[in-house]
Design a protein around this ligand. Sequence first.
Ligand code: 4NP
Length: 161
Amino acid sequence: MTKQYQNSIKVLFVCLGNICRSPLAEYIFRDMVTKQGRGADFYIASAATSTEEIGNPVYPPARRKLQEHGISCDGKRAVQLKKSDYGKYDYLLGMEERNIINMKRILGGDPDGKVFRLLDFSDRPRNISDPWYTGDFDTAYEDIREGCEAFLDFLNERKER
Ligand code: 4NP
């Protein structure tokens, strides 16, 4: 990571394959903070717990959902979560409980309390179902948007305290 990001809030979104939910979260959250003029305050990325899709682009239905909202995810390729990411990021946010278990296995635990489930920041804590299996990209998009907004509210409240 370059020096430019040293003082930024570093956020890594994580799911099973890194071709549907975590790229949606990465690009939705980046769009959100950019529109608030806070893009430079953040370093944002996404990764997979599995090796299944490494190197692959965002799954077309997820890419289309982003396009519908005027967001491009061109150039994104799936990468796997690494143990060293724990030191690199301030927040590592999984989409569902199964992600959290796999994240902690790869990271070697969570001694600093940086690992959260995205919708645990919302008023209705829950898993984000995998649209790869459900085919429901509308619900995934809305759940992720809700989670990103709730996470941003959490960060704003922390700053005010
Ligand atoms: P994601 O969905 O975790 O939301 O990216 C998946 C995409 C692909 C696979 C699993 C989940 N897969 O096993 O190939």
